[in-house]
Design a protein around this ligand. Structure first.
Ligand SMILES: Nc1ncnc2c1ncn2[C@@H]1O[C@H](COP(=O)(O)OP(=O)(O)O)[C@@H](O)[C@H]1O
Ligand SMILES: [Mg+2]
Length: 182
């Protein structure tokens, strides 16, 4: 089964296609509620109201190159299999929020996978987009913000491969500190 980090990459790709300039990835692990909540919030072009219900249908896409859209419907299926859900909220011209909840301890919940690699790759590849990644656990919270990173890099380009390796290590260390569940 596909790891959650790759599902998140799919959802973020939709935001990029929708010309978002600010994208937030927020993950919240909650042991007492046994929930694993993922939100992707963008300020892209949004989805018209009559399309909202249709886009989680595996046979709907607004692209013309392939007839079926798969990103959202696959994640929705995976979420529902764990007793969770996927919800879409969107305002045309303002942006879109994808909220996906999975059963934290459910046997069918995919592992988070390479989230540090995905975030570092996005930050280093789409330099005109501000990315915020927050991860909450019962131990604490980690917040990654490309705006802060770019300031701290002090002129060293975020596209530099050594920067990507540094970011992956930094994110992994911070995620280990808050003891994220893999
Ligand atoms: N963040 C978003 N902003 C605007 N439209 C979106 C967004 N996410 C999804 N959509 C719409 O939903 C459709 C289905 O998305 P998805 O399931 O990822 O399939 P695909 O990207 O292959 O079309 C997209 O084609 C697009 O029209
Ligand atoms: Mg997509």
């Amino acid at each position: 089964m596909k790891e959650l980090a790759l599902h998140i990459l799919d959802i973020v790709n939709n935001s990029i296609t929708a010309r978002a300039t600010h994208i937030t990835i927020a993950i919240e692990e909650n042991l007492s509620r046994d929930s694993y909540l993922i939100k992707v919030i963008d300020n892209g072009k949004g989805i018209e109201a009559d399309m909202i219900d249709k886009v989680t249908d595996p046979f709907i896409t607004s692209r013309t190159t392939r007839k079926v859209g798969l990103g959202l419907s696959l994640l929705k299926q995976n979420a529902e299999r764990t007793g969770g859900y996927l919800r879409l909220e969107s305002t045309p011209g303002k942006g879109t929020t994808v909220e996906c909840c999975l059963g934290l301890s459910n046997f069918d919940r995919p592992a988070i996978g390479d989230i540090s690699g995905v975030v570092a790759m996005l930050a280093g590849s789409f330099t005109d987009i501000d990315f915020v990644y927050s991860h909450h656990t019962d131990v604490g919270q980690y917040l990654f913000d490309t705006k802060e990173i770019k300031n701290a890099l002090d002129g060293v380009p975020i596209t530099d491969p050594s920067v990507r390796r540094f970011l992956v290590e930094m994110i992994d260390e911070n995620l280990a500190e808050i003891k994220i569940i893999r």
